[in-house]
Design a protein around this ligand. Structure first.
Ligand code: PRP
Length: 183
């Protein structure tokens, strides 16, 4: 679906699908340069990062493998609780591998903070982060993020993998959710 299909649920479109594709292409080119000649493993964080991983990998020219983790913060709604648990671990041993974690959004940064320390303990050769979106509060849980698609305001965003109560992930654009939907 496009933003026009659910315009009553959105305050406005933050990024069109064309803007997202353009930014992902730019980052893919930088990733190609960074990992040229290296054995790269992409780790996508389910569920939100599915779209980013799918589009980023197809925009990249270097070879890579793909694996997935599912991490959940307890609770639901629009706030991160800060307590995380692994719902699905990797199938791959990352010891000695060049690892790039791909996220859809860093909000408080708590999920990523946990994930990075967990993955570092498995002793990868390198560990970098790419996120499509980052909110201001992420600075409070400073994790070194190598590639950020867009820094965004502290508002509730949906689309391109990002959900509210499980919906809107299949919105092709990224939009600000209208308060009447979640209040
Ligand atoms: C989202 C997102 C990140 C996390 C960021 O996942 O994909 O993993 O929240 O929030 P934080 O920086 O405040 O920790 P969510 O738990 O909503 O699961 P989902 O990807 O399945 O939507």
């Amino acid at each position: 679906m496009d933003a026009a299909d659910i315009s009553q649920d959105l305050t406005r479109v933050l990024f069109t699908k064309e803007q997202v594709a353009q930014r992902i292409a730019e980052i893919a080119a930088e990733i190609d340069e960074e990992y040229a000649g290296k054995d790269l493993l992409i780790i996508g964080v389910l569920n939100g990062a599915v779209m980013v991983v799918a589009d980023l990998l197809r925009a990249m020219k270097v070879h890579c493998e793909m694996d997935w983790m599912a991490i959940s913060s307890y609770g639901s709604g629009t706030q991160s609780s800060g307590v995380v648990r692994i719902l699905k671990d990797l199938n791959t041993d990352i010891h000695g591998r060049h690892v790039l974690v791909v996220e859809d959004i860093i909000d408080t940064g708590l999920t990523l903070s946990y994930l990075v320390s967990n993955l570092r303990s498995r002793e990868p050769a390198s560990l970098e982060i790419m996120t499509l979106l980052r909110k201001p509060e992420a600075a409070e849980n400073a994790v070194d993020v190598k590639w950020v698609g867009f820094d965004i305001p502290n508002e509730f965003v949906v689309g391109y993998g990002l959900d509210y109560a499980g919906r809107y992930r299949n919105l092709a654009d990224i939009g600000l959710l209208a308060p009447h939907v979640y209040s």
